[in-house]
Every structure is written in structure tokens, then in C-alpha cells.
Design a protein around this ligand. Structure first.
Ligand code: PLP
Length: 419
């Protein structure tokens, strides 16, 4: 029989453990800065108005699906293995740009996945199976720190992992020299995981000039870029600007992978809408390579999930394929990113007003959903036990957890624990 007795207890996922502890805390002062999901000014989840329009019947509180009501052909059949084509094609355009030669030259293969996590996983599986240098798997280099799940996803498929320096504790900005040195020292053709924008957990992104320097080192070492893009439009509020690093690497002729999530930018967290894309470099053979890659991705997808879920993809596809809805979505993105930027400004202003010891410029310099505060593990523990503030041990806060009602309280609590 299966020796299940030998199975050790695994630790709880730290982030979901934090969420559970926060939920159990009944203090009216409670501030939830843990999970990476957008909250409105009342600390409530926000269904984007453009999504609500499609999914909620205006006259009923119940979820009366307008897509279902309006589309006589809609049913609950399976999607194709590669997913909803009207969704994946627009998703690719969103990343590479509508007029990209990569699209006209048929250099992109796209597969719908189980949100961004599924896309990273499919990419990892593809690399584990096909990316061999002299018969050996290549090492995947992750930024230090990175989204914790990257470690597990790549390890689970048997790929060796290593890290490159990213965050400078001194400047609370990018350690560009350390990063470039590590990339230069890594064996040729290593796989480099890059956050396309709004780096999680640090909120620190390279500048365009730094991206150029990174690309130069990577080209010299023939490294293979794997972009994780979980926050497009959410970082700056501008979809094109947030895709500029990916577009730059494609222009430079890199062959690369992209994992794309629609969880944050559409507020479709639980619907698991995402895509994985392979981009081939320009070559006479490119379209044939892309076709072959697509055929292998289909085999992997079939054995993993058979075919992806339909609902979130339908919502995103409807918005992405309609000019007016697309414009409304862009407006919704500006609402979310704008509120987060306003909270950065408010938090920094309050800390300045309180003359809280230390330099807090990084709060407004950093970008996207998260801020790496520089608070120590002991200070984080004190914030939780004495002030009911919940955040990850590494000092990361989800900016979306702050609002006009709790930002002063949080700033005062930070002020107390750092003194
Ligand atoms: N990659 C990064 C860097 C993330 O921060 C996240 C979510 O927090 C994801 C990928 C994947 O999220 P999801 O699977 O919900 O799309």
C-alpha cells in the first residue's frame, strides 16, 4: 500500500496563513496589507465597472450573466486545448503591441492558462522538457527577492534555481550593478526570470536605461528571458508603458517567454484568466518554429488541464475586442493605479509630518501594488501584535490595503514601532 505514513506535514503557505490570521482578528483597527489584491477606499474588493457591466444584471442583485443572456450561442462546452482564440490573440497584442512585427511574422504562440501561475508553470514545464544545453537543464535565475511561488513552480518541474541580486537594502532601490554582475557570471544560456513591471515584492522596476543594460548583458551571455507579467496597466495605469520592457527585448531580437495574468488588471482573481506566450526571434524559419512550439504546448496543456476555463476568458475577450469597453477598462485601470499612487503620497506625507526616523522616499519611488518598506521582522511582528496591522514578514505591504480612513493610523503605528 501507499506509505502515506511517511508523508511529512508541509508548512502552511505563509501568505494564506497571514490571510487566515487577519480574518480571525476582530479589532476595528485592523489593517490588512497582506494579500496582493486590489481594494477600494472602503477596503472592499472592487469589481471593475467594465466587468460588472458584463457580468451583473443591472436590475438584479444576483449574478445574472449578461454575456449568457445576450449570446444565443453561449454554452458550457469545452474550449479548445489552447483556449479561446479571441482572447489569446488580443492578450498577445496587449503585450507585444498591435503593430509588432512579431505578430505579422507569426512569431508568437499563445496558450490560455490558469491565470499567471498556470502560465509560469506551463513555461517551466516547457523549459524542463525542451530547453537543454548539452543535454542538461539550464538554471533558472530568480530575482532576490521574488514572488515566493516562483521557487516552488520551477523546483516542482525539476529545474535548478539560483538567484540574482535585485534589491539594495541601502538605497531601497535596484541593485543594478549586483544584478548585472550576477547575469554576467551566470553560465551562458541561463534562463532569467524577469518581472515585466511592478516587481513583486519590492515595487522596484529598472528604468528604461537599466533595462537596456540588462538586455546587453543577457544578449552577450545568450541568456533566455522569461517575463512574468502580472500587473500590466496596474503599475503606471498605462498598458503600453507597462509592456515597454517586453517590447524592448523583442525589438532586440530575443527569443523569449511571457507569463501573463489578468487577475489584477481585470480584477478577475478567482476566474483564473491568463496566457502563456512563446516569442520566436526573426528568422526565415520563425513561423514554422512557432507552429512546432504550439504543438508541444498543446500536448503539455492536454496532460495538465486538458483545456482552460471559459468564464474569465470570455469577460476579458469581450472587453479586449470592443473599442468602447476597452476604453472603459483603461479608465478603470487608471482608477486603481491612481488610488494606489495617492496612497503612496499620503503615507509618505504622514511619515514626514510625524518626523518618523529614516528616509521614506522609497514609498513614493516604488511602483505597483507593493512596497518594500524596509521594516524589520521584529517591527512587523510588533505592528501585528500591538496595532492589528497584517503584512508579510519581509516588510512588504500591499498598497491597495491602505485607504483614506486607515493610512494615518498605519503611519502612526509605523512611527511608533521604528522609534
Ligand atoms: N507572478 C507574480 C509576480 C505575481 O505577483 C502573481 C500574483 O500575485 C502571479 C504571477 C500570479 O497570479 P495569478 O495566478 O493569480 O494570475
Amino acid at each position: 500500500s501507499f506509505p502515506a505514513e511517511a508523508v511529512p506535514q508541509a508548512p502552511e503557505d505563509p501568505l494564506f496563513g497571514l490571510m487566515r490570521a487577519c480574518k480571525a482578528d476582530n479589532s476595528p483597527d485592523k489593517v490588512d496589507l497582506g494579500i496582493g489584491a486590489y481594494r477600494d477606499d472602503n477596503a472592499k474588493p472592487w469589481v471593475l465597472p467594465v466587468v460588472k457591466k458584463l457580468t451583473f444584471c443591472a436590475t438584479h442583485a444576483t449574478q445574472a450573466d449578461e454575456i449568457l443572456r445576450n449570446d444565443p450561442d453561449l454554452n458550457h462546452e469545452y474550449l479548445p486545448i489552447a483556449g479561446l482564440a479571441s482572447f489569446t490573440s488580443k492578450a498577445a497584442e496587449l503585450l507585444v503591441g498591435t503593430s509588432s512585427p512579431a505578430l505579422s511574422e507569426k512569431r508568437v504562440s499563445s496558450v490560455q492558462t490558469i491565470s499567471g501561475t498556470g502560465a509560469v508553470h506551463l513555461g517551466a514545464l516547457f523549459l524542463a522538457k525542451f530547453y537543454k544545453i548539452n543535454g542538461q537543464s539550464s538554471t533558472v535565475y530568480l530575482s532576490n527577492p521574488t514572488w515566493a511561488n516562483h521557487n516552488q513552480i520551477f523546483s516542482n518541474v525539476g529545474l535548478p534555481i539560483a538567484t540574482y541580486p535585485y534589491f539594495s537594502k541601502e538605497t531601497k532601490g535596484l541593485d543594478i550593478e549586483g544584478m548585472k554582475r550576477a547575469l554576467a557570471d551566470a553560465p551562458e544560456r541561463s534562463i532569467i526570470l524577469l518581472h515585466a513591471c511592478a516587481h513583486n515584492p519590492t515595487g522596484v522596476d529598472p528604468t528604461p536605461e537599466q533595462w537596456r543594460e540588462i538586455a546587453d548583458v543577457m544578449a552577450a551571455k545568450k541568456h533566455f528571458p522569461f517575463f512574468d507579467c502580472a500587473y500590466q496597466g496596474f503599475a503606471s495605469g498605462d498598458l503600453d508603458r507597462d509592456a515597454s520592457a517586453i517590447r524592448f527585448f523583442i525589438e532586440q531580437g530575443f527569443e523569449l517567454l511571457i507569463a501573463q495574468s489578468f487577475a489584477k488588471n481585470f480584477g478577475l482573481y478567482g476566474e483564473r484568466a491568463g496566457c502563456f506566450h512563446y516569442v520566436s526571434p526573426p528568422s526565415p524559419d520563425a513561423a514554422s518554429v512557432t507552429t512546432r512550439v504550439a504543438s508541444q504546448l498543446a500536448i503539455l496543456q492536454r496532460s495538465e488541464i486538458s483545456n482552460p476555463p471559459i468564464y474569465g476568458a470570455k469577460i476579458a475577450s469581450t472587453v479586449l475586442n470592443d473599442k468602447a469597453l476597452f476604453a472603459e477598462w483603461q479608465e478603470n485601470l487608471r482608477t486603481m493605479s491612481g488610488r494606489i499612487i495617492a496612497m503612496r503620497t499620503a503615507l509618505k506625507a504622514k511619515l514626514d509630518e510625524l518626523k518618523t526616523p529614516g528616509n521614506w522616499n522609497h514609498i513614493t519611488d516604488q511602483i505597483g501594488m507593493f512596497s518594500f518598506t524596509g521594516l524589520t521582522e521584529a517591527q512587523v511582528a510588533k505592528l501585528r501584535s500591538e496595532y492589528h496591522v497584517y503584512m508579510t514578514k519581509n516588510g512588504r505591504i500591499s498598497m491597495a490595503g491602505l485607504n483614506t480612513k486607515n493610512v494615518d493610523y498605519f503611519a502612526k503605528a509605523v512611527d511608533k514601532v521604528v522609534r
